[in-house]
Design a protein around this ligand. Structure first.
Ligand code: NAP
Length: 453
């Protein structure tokens, strides 16, 4: 049987989103030799790598070293990076289907879940997602003026994002200088009066979602120390015996060490609190956060939090909700509103031949960067099986040149991988002169001004 796709007429795939799942999908398409493929990886931002650049904590530089592999993928001649192209407007769903044999959505989860309690829209209450985007220099968040007047900050949720935002707030300027935090955030945090940070888990220590390495970091900060209330982490023998997950066991051990630790009178304290749920964000009388009312909980027989009717007010002037990211619908693409994902069967978009999905928009916001490699590879395996079976609908007779002409006709200024390399080199060189790992360019116009030639 004559193969459908050949080096002269390769399988043409558009990957929407250049975060880890998108780049891992491109990598999986390159790694196989059964089906010759060419891949266009799109991003609405000029910069590639999604959450690796704008989500991973700026002081977790080793996690960001995955970009070395991503660079190799995007620099491969079979792949193009098309940054600064918004799916839905610059490239519509219909246009994507007309120009590619397959379209793979890997746009992550750019929004967040809300608490649904009174006071959530007061000034000083925001999502951890927004705060993370701000300190990481995301172009859409960089212009925000944050009210960093708080001596008390409550962070709701006990996942790794809650630990990230709390650690960034707890670190000194000297500690942050060694990170690639955006300059505006470094300056703003330098005058932050924060003294107390409460990280709030609605269930017990054995149910916390964070990982042990990240928890331990609170014992290693120069000007901040962890505070744990022994009674809040006390477990019955039965509860202790029920912990089967190794990470959760180690978390409990570290929390016990923190609870036993003699106070060192450091100027900042990070309180790891358990069995408390926020019930209302209080107004200070001027439309700003004046406190957080929490209710004490107990665990029921299924391990769910149940309110006890006992309340406490934390003297916080800032509340960061860190209770999970949430996917956002793409124009023309099916969306499960309840779960915030694209409905799919193992990466095949439900009811749509030739459309696929990978990463957080496929399975929801869970796992670490590397989790997306297997996830994307699994989706690509289905895509390739469909391609080999002749099950892709369009077999679009298009070319890279036709895509370029389409985007140019719409006045879209594509930011290429070569352009990104200019920006990347610029940021690294600027960082070097400042004694920092990188000096991020945060404004879109400034990024677009730095390009090849
Ligand atoms: P997450 O791990 O899912 O944690 C969400 C937390 O919010 C949980 O503790 C959850 O508690 C709590 N929560 C949910 N609804 C709540 C409510 N209404 N009231 C109070 N608490 C509520 O999410 P994430 O922290 O956003 O992280 C997302 C993913 O990225 C995770 O897989 C994480 O490990 C990963 N990540 C990894 C790193 C790293 O490796 N260093 C850094 C950042 C993020 P319940 O369990 O009670 O629902």
């Amino acid at each position: 049987m004559t193969p459908i796709y050949t080096p002269e007429r390769p399988l043409r795939v558009a990957v929407i989103g250049s975060g880890p799942s998108g780049v891992y999908a491109a990598e999986a398409l390159l790694k196989q030799t059964d089906v010759p493929a060419e891949v266009d990886v799109y991003d609405r931002l000029p910069t590639p790598y999604g959450l690796v650049r704008y989500g991973v904590a700026p002081d977790h530089l080793t996690i960001k070293s995955v970009t070395k592999g991503f660079e190799k993928t995007l620099a491969d001649p079979r792949v193009r990076f098309l940054g600064n192209v918004e799916f839905g407007t610059d490239l519509t769903h219909e246009e994507a289907l007309a120009h590619y044999d397959a379209v793979l959505y890997a746009v992550g989860a750019s929004s967040d879940r809300r608490l649904g309690i009174p006071g959530e829209d007061l000034a000083g209450s925001m999502s951890a997602t927004e705060f993370v985007a701000w300190y990481n220099g995301h172009p859409d968040a960089a212009a925000r003026e944050l009210l960093l007047h708080a001596s008390g900050v409550a962070v709701v949720g006990v996942g790794n994002v809650a630990l990230d935002v709390s650690r960034i707030l707890a670190k000194t300027t000297q500690e942050l200088h060694r990170s690639d935090i955006a300059a505006h955030a470094l300056t703003a945090l330098d005058s932050s009066p924060v003294q107390d940070i409460w990280i709030l888990g609605r269930r017990g220590p054995a149910q916390a979602a964070f990982t042990t390495k990240e928890l331990r970091e609170f014992g290693e900060l120069s000007d901040a120390e962890p505070v744990v209330i022994p009674t809040e982490i006390a477990l019955t023998d039965a509860e202790e015996a029920a912990i089967t997950d190794n990470t959760k066991k180690k978390n409990v051990e570290v929390l016990r060490e923190f609870a036993a630790h003699e106070p060192e009178d450091k100027p900042r304290r990070v309180h790891l609190r358990f069995l408390v749920s926020p019930v209302e964000i209080l107004d200070d009388g001027h439309g700003r956060v004046g406190g957080l009312k929490v209710e004490r909980n107990r665990l029921d027989e299924n391990g769910n939090a149940v309110g006890t009717g006992e309340y406490e007010v934390l003297p916080a002037q800032m509340v960061l909700r860190s209770v999970g990211y949430r996917g956002v619908a793409l124009p023309g693409v099916p969306f499960d509103e309840k779960r915030g994902v694209i409905p799919n069967a193992e990466g095949r978009v439900e009811g749509r031949a030739g459309e696929y999905t990978a990463g957080w928009i496929k399975r929801g916001p869970s796992g670490v960067v590397g989790t997306n490699r297997k996830d994307a590879t699994d989706t690509v395996a289905h895509l390739l099986a469909d391609a080999k079976a002749g099950a892709l609908p369009g077999a679009a007779q298009s070319t890279r040149e036709a895509v370029d002409a389409l985007l140019a006709s719409k006045g879209v200024h594509v930011y290429t991988f070569a352009d990104w390399q200019v920006l990347d080199a610029h940021e690294l060189a600027e960082g070097k002169t400042l004694g920092r790992p990188r000096a991020k360019v945060v404004h879109r116009e400034a990024m677009l001004g730095l390009r090849r030639g």
